[in-house]
Design a protein around this ligand. Structure first.
Ligand SMILES: *[C@@H]1O[C@H](CO)[C@@H](O)[C@H](O)[C@H]1NC(C)=O
Ligand SMILES: *[C@@H]1O[C@H](CO)[C@@H](O)[C@H](O)[C@H]1NC(C)=O
Ligand SMILES: *[C@@H]1O[C@H](CO)[C@@H](O)[C@H](O)[C@H]1NC(C)=O
Ligand SMILES: *[C@@H]1O[C@H](CO)[C@@H](O)[C@H](O)[C@H]1NC(C)=O
Ligand SMILES: *[C@@H]1O[C@H](CO)[C@@H](O)[C@H](O)[C@H]1NC(C)=O
Ligand SMILES: *[C@@H]1O[C@H](CO)[C@@H](O)[C@H](O)[C@H]1NC(C)=O
Ligand SMILES: [Zn+2]
Length: 505
């Protein structure tokens, strides 16, 4: 179960190329076959030794994949909003849902629970107020007294009263739901014509969610339900990027950062006690990259303190927000070097290369993330254009967290067959598949992203060995200690064997 550390068959490749150079007639079919095999073995999971049952399941997967590929409406070639229902009803997807996928290493705190629950459950709780912003968005708050008016927002209305006065409450609820996700039934290319348009909506959506999910009773339920959604999708471990905001109570008081982290820890423990085959969750503390240097410095100081006080739940530190608009990592180099200067361990999990602005300051984030000793790279969409960064990432086993649906919805790529991770996986670059903000994209858990990666990136070439390797990678490249990883892998292997034996026929 060892993860590959270098290109396989380097010596074999040399030998083959010598033969190749000597060819003066029709290419030798044996050489051709050997080259094909060599290439196949280089991909993610290409060297995985498969059991008989795994081979039977692979035959089934291959047949299902062929059926997907001959369709006129091939889902990975379409926008996810249009493809979602096709994916959801495909037999391939139900198999991927059942598959034990290991860990989800790149997901954000406030986009892990379906929007419907936020509207139908959370917004129906007592003391829920809503206002309408100048530009057709909404804001929420829970308070025991009437809240003070927000700038650029209508006077607050008690949602309970508003519903009592509304003729068609379903319409109202649907419009609220529309404000809490990017997903739309309309044509996504029309609604989101540019990266700017989709990111603006993304940020508005986030602000709309904020007042709902940072209310203490909701915050606890939300996280528990988020864990449930991943668990139901056969994900056994989570690394959550979390802003750790001040969570508020009905009387308007707010808790501090440590309280929020402690609450994550408590709920994780409770969830694991309720579901013993769930391995757990850890938190990567995140700060918005739009802040100034003094705020960043304070955040890094705080992260070091949290890392010391909560070593079990704290995994490390990262920056969030749109890379193209925020400040590059290099701008914060002093703050981000504090831990190493003080001899304190604070692992970094930087988002980097979530951009197509080649050659700009932002485009340097990949190399800078590696210089700052990042443990993984979030997205790394631009990695193929940085051969040096790519080489360092491979040699140091700094895994790339690939989030296919996120990259498509946020308009870095249209047809997922053309996603750069297809090339990374063809040479077994260390990668994991993740979901980023599933609820924002109308997805849930990891299976939709696994579908896009398995059917879209790999084409017919990727097989059950690729899936197995991706699941193993998600544990191997997690922030867990070696010892915890061994334990998690053993747990995963038991579930995997069960999955294979139940589905191989
Ligand atoms: C709302 O969600 C909570 C937590 O998941 C659950 O306990 C409660 O029963 C739900 N309420 C309704 C009305 O669905
Ligand atoms: C909506 O309004 C807010 C505050 O008034 C502003 O910051 C934001 O940029 C606006 N968003 C759009 C999409 O116009
Ligand atoms: C309310 O609106 C929904 C969705 O637009 C529609 O399906 C439903 O029939 C409407 N209900 C009433 C009572 O008008
Ligand atoms: C957000 O809510 C407002 C007010 O109900 C509504 O006018 C608007 O259409 C909603 N936006 C979306 C994208 O659904
Ligand atoms: C940095 O930002 C914070 C919060 O927005 C602000 O209070 C502070 O004055 C800023 N500091 C500098 C040096 O600009
Ligand atoms: C790089 O990060 C890892 C993980 O946090 C840490 O163990 C290691 O000491 C760091 N190396 C340097 C040179 O900072
Ligand atoms: Zn992200």
């Amino acid at each position: 179960m060892a993860v590959q550390r270098q290109r396989p068959h380097a010596a074999g490749l040399c030998l083959l190329l010598c033969l190749f150079a000597g060819a003066l007639s029709i290419p030798d079919p044996r050489l051709r076959e050997a080259l094909i095999q060599l290439e196949a073995s280089m991909q993610t999971g290409g060297e995985m030794v498969l059991t008989d049952a795994e081979q039977r399941l692979d035959a089934r997967l291959c047949k299902l994949k062929q059926e997907e590929m001959v369709r006129a409406d091939f889902p990975p070639a379409m926008h996810f909003f249009k493809a979602r229902d096709l994916i959801r009803t495909s037999p391939m997807f139900s198999l991927l849902q059942k598959m034990p996928k290991g860990g989800a290493l790149h997901v954000h705190d406030f986009s892990i629970v379906d929007t419907e629950w936020l509207v139908k459950n959370v917004s129906y709780r007592p003391h829920c107020y809503m206002c309408f912003t100048d530009n057709q968005s909404v804001r929420f708050t829970f308070l025991s007294r009437w809240p003070k008016r927000l700038p650029h927002c209508s006077p607050w209305t008690l949602l309970e009263n508003l519903r009592a006065q509304t003729i068609n409450v379903t319409d109202l609820d649907n419009s609220i739901m529309g404000n809490l996700t990017l997903f739309t039934q309309q044509d996504p290319e029309t609604v989101y014509p540019s990266q700017d348009a989709v990111w603006d909506r993304f940020e508005q959506t986030f602000l709309a969610l904020w007042g709902l999910v940072t209310y203490a009773p909701v915050f606890r339920d939300y996280y528990y339900r988020g864990l449930t959604q991943f668990y139901m999708d056969n994900v056994m471990y989570l690394e959550l990027r979390a802003l750790l905001p001040g969570i508020y109570e009905l009387d308007g008081s707010t808790h501090d950062t440590a309280w929020t982290l402690k609450t994550y820890q408590e709920i994780t423990r409770q969830f694991t006690a309720d579901h013993p085959d769930f391995f757990g969750a850890r938190v990567i503390f995140t700060v918005h990259r739009g802040v100034n240097i003094s705020v960043m410095t304070a955040a890094v100081e705080e992260a070091m303190k949290l890392q010391r006080d909560f070593p079990d739940i704290m995994a490390g530190f990262d920056l969030v927000g749109r890379e193209d608009r925020g400040r590059p990592l290099w701008y914060f180099r002093d703050a981000l070097s504090l831990p190493v200067e003080r001899g304190v361990t604070l692992p970094f999990f930087f988002h980097a290369g979530e951009t197509d602005l080649e050659g700009t300051e932002v485009d340097q984030n990949l190399l800078d993330a590696l210089l700052l000793n990042t443990s993984r790279i979030g997205h790394g969409f631009a990695l193929l254009r940085h051969p040096v960064a790519k080489d360092i990432s491979r040699k140091r086993e700094v895994a790339v967290e690939v989030c296919p649906i996120s990259n498509q919805v946020l308009k870095l790529v249209n047809d997922l067959r053309n996603h750069p991770a297809a090339a990374l996986m063809s040479e077994s670059h260390p990668v994991v598949i993740s979901a980023d903000d599933p609820a924002m994209f109308g997805a849930s858990g990891l299976s939709y992203d696994f579908y896009e990666a398995f059917v879209g990136f790999g084409g017919l070439r990727s097989h059950i060995g690729s899936l197995k390797q991706l699941a193993i990678n998600s544990i191997r490249y997690s922030s867990l200690t070696r010892k915890q990883q061994e334990k998690a892998l053993a747990l995963w292997q038991r579930r995997w064997d069960k999955f294979v034996s139940e589905n191989a026929f």
